[in-house]
Design a protein around this ligand. Structure first.
Ligand code: ARG
Length: 571
């Protein structure tokens, strides 16, 4: 209803002007004040007159009545004054023609816009740590990040997706020591990250008994930093083994990155930034470490160089931000990480600002809450983690069982089971507002009823199969008009998509789209329940309903793709 809302706001603005030439309230402001009434009996859109009441020094009901009078001939709907509100009911005709035509004309671009045209966004997301498995904690950054990228692309931004791999740091010294002592190449090649994790865990167990191992690890990391060829080769191999596994997960999610530039990429890019900090007098010596004092902003200091002179996570992020600005000239740099890193990014932003980079204000940190699975909190290092690949596998297996039973002859069963199994987890995850802590219950996520991925994908498949039947019956899906309230309900929901896209973008909140996908499914399934489509008796009704089905399929498909969901034609 973006268009309806927009035009309604314009009409109200002129009515206000007509009522009182110097009271002028701009249409954009009016648009912001328009509300969707909770009860549809009140109309489709409501304008509260309280704001105007202050400007005009009149009681809201009086203003509402005067404006309703002025808007008697509003062509897109009917206007009534109820108390201090102006209620608008959109004309069925308008919905029936304008909205549907817009969807038909724009296809999978319906809902998009050009607001990002000419602007660049750099998105830093997923970014797992090498030698560590991809556990369920990474699901958030990966799918929220990718969805935010897709949303920005949808409205015209040039987007650069960066996987800022955790591929540098003292932990690699430990990994090298552990591998040389207790590991062998063949086992790592065969088992992959799990074996690297086992070695890493073993290092910590052994180091408890023999603390000198820690010194050894530091020395190996130091050699790595100095470019020791053996250590470098080993480190590179750890990266390759890890990446090969991450890639599998990314493929299941249909996610590709533009760059895999991890922390190591910034090794030679930190020097100039450290110098700049020093020259600007921002560095302070604190217990042997070089820090930026942020106490004036109520934050702990940002450590730039540790006591032993080595750089850390923050140092690399400073270099990375500057590199990205210089390379991509971004209008916005978005970082998606768990909420535990809020302080890290607040410090980063402040330090960049103190360094005189005025673009620091364009850094946006998008945090998300923690995930537990069936009540169990996740912990690394102890080895007690829920791996994403295991969760995906379990989910795919369960879907496969249901399919074998319900639809044994389905083609591409493996592909569909993967799309539904993985999709169930993604959908369930993206259904909640991102900052909420989530307890994930697999059986709930997999249910075919309720607000789930399988339900949404199933509804999509239903629209596809209706269209196939229509085609076979020679129904083209042309012309016709609205005849049933459930058709109207569906169209109203479809008309909301452009606003939902705006809302999701504004709040960096894919859940707006996930929930909206469910609204489409509910409205479509009501329509399906109430209205015969291919079997409708009246020819023009048949045509119109097939049109509606096609439109619902288009919008649902686009919405699902924006939240990293695949849409099989048959389930
Ligand atoms: N590797 C980090 C982690 O797993 C996330 C990196 C986020 N990006 C960044 N530029 N700091 O916690």
């Amino acid at each position: 209803m973006k268009n309806f809302k927009h035009q309604t706001a314009e009409a109200i603005a002129s009515a206000v002007l007509a009522a009182s030439p110097d009271a002028g309230l701009p249409a954009e402001e009016i648009e912001g004040l328009l509300e969707y009434p909770p009860d549809p009996a009140m109309g489709d859109l409501a304008f509260p007159c309280f704001r105007l009441s202050k400007i005009l020094q009149q009681a809201p009901p009086k203003i509402a009545a005067a404006l309703a009078d002025n808007l008697r001939d509003f062509p897109l709907g009917t206007v009534t004054a109820v108390g201090g509100y102006l209620n608008f009911k959109v004309n069925a005709d308008y919905l029936a023609q304008q909205v549907l035509t817009a969807i038909e004309e724009q296809g999978d671009r319906y809902g998009s816009s050009e607001i990002g045209r000419g602007k660049t966004v750099v998105l830093d997301y997923s970014s797992p740590n090498i030698c560590k498995p991809f556990h369920i904690g990474h699901l958030g950054t990966t799918v929220i990040g990718h969805s935010i990228k897709l949303l920005h692309e949808f409205v015209g931004y040039r987007c650069i997706g960066i996987n800022h791999l955790g591929d540098w740091g003292t932990q690699f010294g430990k990994q090298i020591v552990a591998f040389r002592r207790w590991g062998d190449r063949e086992t790592v090649e065969r088992i992959g990250i799990d074996e690297l994790v086992r070695l890493y865990v073993k290092f910590h167990e052994e180091a408890e008994k023999d603390p000198s191992l820690e010194d050894l690890a530091r020395a190996e990391f130091h050699k790595l930093e100095e470019g020791d060829p053996d250590n470098l080769a080993l480190w590179k191999w750890f990266c390759d083994v890890s990446l090969a596994e991450y890639e599998k997960t990314y493929r299941q999610l249909d996610i590709e990155f533009d760059h895999y530039t991890g922390e190591s990429f910034y090794m030679d890019k930190m020097g100039p930034q450290i110098n700049r900090l020093r020259e600007m007098g921002l560095l302070k010596l604190d217990d042997g470490a070089q820090i930026v004092d942020l106490s004036a902003w109520n934050m702990p200091p940002c450590i730039i160089l540790k006591r032993d002179g080595s750089t850390i996570y923050h140092t690399r992020d400073i270099a990375a931000a500057v590199y990205r600005k210089n390379t991509y000239d971004f209008d916005k740099a978005i970082y998606v990480t768990s909420a535990q890193q809020c302080l890290h990014f607040a410090q980063l932003k402040k330090v960049l600002e103190l360094m005189g980079y005025e673009w620091a204000e364009n850094i946006v940190h998008v945090p998300y809450g923690t995930v537990s699975v069936d009540g169990a909190k996740l912990a690394t290092r102890t080895g007690n983690v829920v791996l994403l690949k295991d969760l995906f596998r379990l989910s795919i297996e369960k879907v496969r069982e249901v399919m074998d039973e319900k639809n044994p002859d389905l083609e591409n069963k493996d592909e569909v089971a993967e799309a539904v199994g993985v999709g169930a987890i993604v959908f369930n995850y993206l259904y909640n507002s991102r900052i909420k802590d989530i307890n994930f219950i697999l059986d709930q996520a997999l249910s075919f009823d309720g607000s789930t991925g399988p339900y949404a994908q199933y509804t999509y498949a239903r629209t596809s199969s209706i269209l196939e039947k229509a085609k076979a019956a020679g129904i083209e899906g042309k012309g016709g008009t609205l005849t049933h309230p459930s058709e109207e309900e569906l169209l109203k929901v479809l008309s909301l998509f452009p606003e939902k896209v705006d809302e999701a973008l504004e709040a960096y909140e894919p859940s707006v789209i996930t929930r909206y996908a469910i609204e489409i499914c509910t409205a479509f399934n009501h329509f399906y329940r109430d209205c015969p489509i291919v079997t409708a008796e009246d020819g023009s009704q048949r045509e119109y309903r097939v049109r509606l089905t096609r439109a619902a399929r288009t919008v649902l498909g686009t919405a699902l793709h924006l939240i990293c969901m695949k849409t099989p034609e048959k389930i």
